[in-house]
Ligand binder design. Sequence first.
Ligand code: KG4
Ligand code: ZN
Length: 342
Amino acid sequence: MKILGIETSCDETAAAVVEDGRHILSNVIKTQIDIHKEYGGVVPEVAARSHIEVILPVIARSLEDAKLEWDDIDAIAVTKGPGLIGSLLVGTLTARTLAYIHNKPLYPIHHVQAHVYANFLLPEPPEFPILSLIVSGKHSQLVLFVSHEKYKILGETQDDAVGEAFDKVAKVIGLPYPGGPSVAEAATRGDAKKYALPKAKLQNPYDFSFSGLKTALLRAVQREVGVDITFPSHALSERLTSSQQHDFAASFQHTAIETLADKTVKAFQEHSPKSVVIAGGVAANTELRHQLANRLSIDIEYPPMNLCTDNAAMIAALGYYHAQSHPPVSPFALQVHPSIGM
Ligand code: KG4
Ligand code: ZN
């Protein structure tokens, strides 16, 4: 079964064709990072407009790369949420129209669940029960999958997602958007022990909270440059030397990543899953990969970077498993769910 996946939940316009939820026939990703960089974050209206401009060429390219015609496509899977409403509308309206015109079954897909399914595109797919650490710009969750689409949320973010904390910290210390890769890069040149930063203590040990860590870092930067809390935070980074910037990046990354690893290791010990997978943009972080490799007794296979961050191959992959147990939805009925939970 060849599924065309379409993803537009945030700032990547993506289309991919995946066969039987396992084999990538094409994977086209047009990122808007350069457009939003100027503003230091994603501007929703600009994102939606940019999706409109490129979505049809991106889809055409995904068919071309796969050397397929519309007649060869068995179904369309599209991200229904969570995400930015304007961006989601562009993807879903396009998918609905194409499903109607070409008479294809249409499946609405949960973006966060789909991040986990990037792991089913690996040569060795994970085995159930699967412990998933889902860490993106909007989510920090530990989820135990018992079977396809049957899962239990062990813990989730109470405030900022971990990727969001990376992005906000990058702004404070003067590193470019997106913050994850730029903090990770600066951290390679810094001393992770230079600034002691706190880890949140929560009632449910599997829940996450990163806003306290972000504020602690802001206070440490203010102390280091000798200003009080009334000093505008956008002007702080001008007063940091590059070595201070690297040390802050390394200290923040170390604490944030150790928190993710602590909780993953604890959940692994309690639930003894057969596989552990990491999903979402922060899965690209090499420090996270190192810490987990050192602390877990089983190996983790990671999707390549372009399957960790937003892409449509993961949407088509989950679309295949979803189609085994759900009927398609009418192109006239498919709705967006911008703030849907897991
Ligand atoms: O999954 P994703 O592409 O989009 C969302 O659904 O949110 O994740 C994007 C997030 C951003 O916050 C970005 O800063 C973070 O993933 N990220 C990283 C790294 N690469 C991307 N965070 C830490 N280390 C990285 N190497
Ligand atoms: Zn995502």
